[in-house]
Design a protein around this ligand. Sequence first.
Ligand SMILES: [Zn+2]
Length: 247
Amino acid sequence: MLDIVRIPALSDNYIWLARDSETGEAAVIDPAEAAPTLAKAEELGWEISQILNTHWHPDHVGGNAEIKDATGCKVTGPKGEEEKIVAIDRAVVEGDRVAIGSAKGRVIDVPGHTAGHNAYYFEGAGKDGEGVLFCGDTLFAMGCGRLFEGTPAQMHDSLAKLAGLPTDTKVYCAHEYTQANGRFALTAEPENEAIRRRQDQVIAMRERGEATVPTTIGAELDTNPFVRASDAEELGRRRDAKDSFSG
Ligand SMILES: [Zn+2]
């Protein structure tokens, strides 16, 4: 089982620190910055033995070198972005196995936001036996990543892979974008009552200073206009509209 701690970083990033309760091994996923990561690990008494990166963007690998220097940990990242992942030791592709102690995971290729973006899925590793997904900037609560290096068709396929995971899977995405995503989702699907209810909850949570992540696959199937897009064209239209949305 994984104990998972959220570390807010930069303006709206979340770094995830995950520790296997059986072996005590800990991993950090997408360390935007080293200092808050090392401070939190020290506070908890957790020893970081590895970094898992979902993609090369600086707000996901910015802490790699310093954390590796401080802990001697190993860095795993996507094969398609091997040259851009700072201090990488192991490059992985779809289907490769990863592990945090006794928690066994696998790599899912999810191109679209970047060309080599991957996600890490740990079946049954949650505290109630649910799956745990670290998906970087591919799937967000009520949103998806911008298409910097990929096509709408690629993002549609990537989201479909993630949407096919069990509905109770906990989704640990890398940013707190939910409220702005919800504002757009309401314009994309104005008749969707589930989005309206969720956005009301999100507004209340943010007013209380609470995080809205992790989400679940089930919640995204009900409220995410990109997951719900019927095809790549609709996803592309919605992504274009979101890119210029200022609501
Ligand atoms: Zn990114």
